[in-house]
Every structure is written in structure tokens, then in C-alpha cells.
Design a binder for this molecule. Structure first.
Ligand SMILES: [Fe+2]
Length: 309
């Protein structure tokens, strides 16, 4: 890898707080442009007891190893086989995830203060599986470069910001990243996508989808044309063997004890190896963005020539 050529800069944060209003706005702008903010030492405190509990969740002999999600707004834990798992262990995991979610939210409310009035706390997750060699259906594979979109939770233009902790005691979490959305999406969109101001948004989205080779799937009633495109783009990238083989790929290795955050709807990413991570997702509304021109919504609207939400 040639670090100078990486279009997704890793911005290292050595002293996480306090942050001036001006600096917070600058962090937001860098994130929105597609940078990864990287904390060599995580600013999120996780007690040694909680860490050893999480690391004790073995891959093969515990039922506490599915896709474990915590839904902060409902205070619900999902993905755990509660009929099988030890009730005390489930309760402990629930409590740890609640605490993690609250800690990240509290921290980022200060660190990214321009967002605080216009974002929502989405799910947190615990990822105890070894990522290398996982046997998953193609569209769910983590080791193929993709931008994120949620199949069942359309964001209507809100951006997907994710904060991660590598809690493995000794191993890095190995990612590769690709060129940001604003560079990748137009590669699949021919110049003949002309603005058509009289075209309905849904028709524009379908036309955009066809133009970039995504077909013209019937939009979901629940999804905006934007969400429909982003979901199909996620699938398209994973299914496109030529893109996977030929696109620019830049490795990033996140050491034990580190954190990082990135707009995963903007930066194509894949996880190649690593085990034991925590993650908290935020949905940042378009009104909160400090540099909205970088958002996938604005990029797509400028290609389609019409509103997509
Ligand atoms: Fe992803």
C-alpha cells in the first residue's frame, strides 16, 4: 500500500477531549468527507470485569455469539438465544451493552457537538465472531467491499455513522477500505444521466439504478428512492466480482484497545479478520451535516437531477 495514495485518510486523535466548537465542526467535516477518525487509545471506558466477560463468550460453545444487537431506544437486547443461554449471562450482557451504548453516546455528544440536536442513537452491536473465513450468504458477507444500507430501516437521507472498539486483547481488526462514495458511484453512472426536472423522484431513482447497472427493482413502499438506491448499491457492490477484484483497496489495521469511527454509507469497507468488537451506530440527519455536499444523498441527487427523498 502507498499511504500517500489512500483517498480515505486515517485521522489520528491522541487527545480526545476537550474539543472546542471549531474543532468539533472540523471533525464532523472530515468524517463527512470520508475520513476515518482513529483513536489509538479508546476514549470509552470498559471495566476489566466487563471486558473479560465479553472475551469469555466463546465462538463455539456458547449461545451468546449470534449477531448480538442492543436497541437503546427500547432497551432491548436481541440475537441472543435466551431460551438456551444462562439468564444471568444474558442479563449481564444486556447491562454491558446498555452501558457501552450510553458511554459512546455521551462521549460523542461532546466530541461531535454540531450533531447533538439532529442525530438519533441507532443500534449497538457486539461482534464476538472471528471474521476470517466466516461462512455467510454473499449479501451478508463482511469481507466484500460495500457501503452500508439497512434492509429494514430506511434512513430517508440520514447518514450512517459508526463508532467501533476493538476489544480483542492482542489481535488487530483488519479492514480494507475503498474510494469514497463520491468517487465510486459516478464510476457506474454514465454521463448521460441528465437532469430531468419534470421526472418524479421514484422514476429518477429507477432511472439512476438502471444507469449504474442496478436494474429497476420495484421500490419498497417504506423506502425513499434514496434508500432504494442505497440498498441496491450495497448489493451491487458485493455481487460485482469485477469491482471486488479491480477496485482500489487500502488496508487498515486497528490495534487492540483502539476505536475508530467512519460514515459507513460513504466509505466502502470490508472486514477481513479480527474477533471481538463493539459498535454503536448513529443516524445523522441531513440538517445536521456541516458539509452536506459530500453526502451520498447530495451526490446522487446531483447525478439524478432531482430530489430523492
Ligand atoms: Fe458494513
Amino acid at each position: 500500500m502507498n499511504p500517500g495514495a489512500n483517498p480515505v485518510p486515517l485521522v489520528t486523535i491522541e487527545n480526545p477531549l476537550p474539543v472546542s466548537a471549531e474543532q468539533a465542526r472540523a471533525w464532523c467535516a472530515q468524517l463527512e468527507a470520508g475520513d476515518i477518525l482513529y483513536f489509538p487509545r479508546t476514549p470509552i471506558a470498559i471495566s476489566p470485569d466487563d471486558l473479560s466477560f465479553l472475551l469469555g463468550q466463546q465462538q463455539t460453545d456458547s449461545s451468546l455469539h449470534k449477531n448480538i444487537a442492543y436497541k437503546p431506544n427500547a432497551d432491548k437486547l436481541s440475537g441472543v438465544e435466551t431460551r438456551i443461554a444462562n439468564a444471568a449471562a444474558v442479563s449481564r450482557l444486556h447491562s454491558i451493552m446498555r452501558g457501552y451504548s450510553q458511554s459512546v453516546a455521551k462521549y460523542l455528544t461532546e466530541f461531535l457537538s454540531p450533531y447533538r440536536a439532529n442525530w438519533s442513537l441507532d443500534y449497538a452491536s457486539f461482534r464476538p465472531q472471528e471474521e476470517q473465513g466466516r461462512d455467510l450468504p454473499l449479501r451478508r458477507r463482511n469481507d466484500l467491499l460495500h457501503t452500508d444500507a439497512f434492509p429494514t430501516r430506511p434512513t430517508h437521507g440520514a447518514r450512517i455513522l459508526r463508532f467501533f472498539n476493538n476489544i480483542h486483547p492482542s489481535r488487530t481488526r483488519d479492514w480494507v477500505v475503498g474510494e469514497p462514495f463520491a468517487q465510486v458511484a459516478p464510476q457506474f453512472a454514465p454521463s448521460q444521466i441528465a437532469p430531468r426536472p419534470d421526472t418524479a423522484a421514484s422514476r429518477a431513482a429507477k432511472s439512476l439504478g438502471r444507469a449504474v447497472g442496478l436494474g429497476s427493482a420495484i421500490p419498497s413502499l417504506k423506502r425513499s428512492p434514496y434508500d432504494d438506491f442505497m440498498m441496491r448499491f450495497h448489493n451491487f457492490l458485493k455481487e460485482n466480482t469485477r469491482f471486488q477484484a479491480e477496485c482500489a483497496r487500502y488496508p487498515e489495521q486497528f490495534p487492540p484497545g483502539s476505536s475508530w469511527m467512519v460514515y459507513t454509507d460513504t466509505v466502502p469497507h470490508a472486514v477481513l479478520a479480527g474477533q471481538y468488537a463493539l459498535e454503536q451506530t448513529f443516524l445523522v440527519s441531513p440538517q445536521a451535516l456541516v458539509a452536506p455536499q459530500h453526502s451520498p444523498l447530495k451526490v446522487l441527487e446531483s447525478i439524478a437531477g432531482t430530489a430523492l427523498i
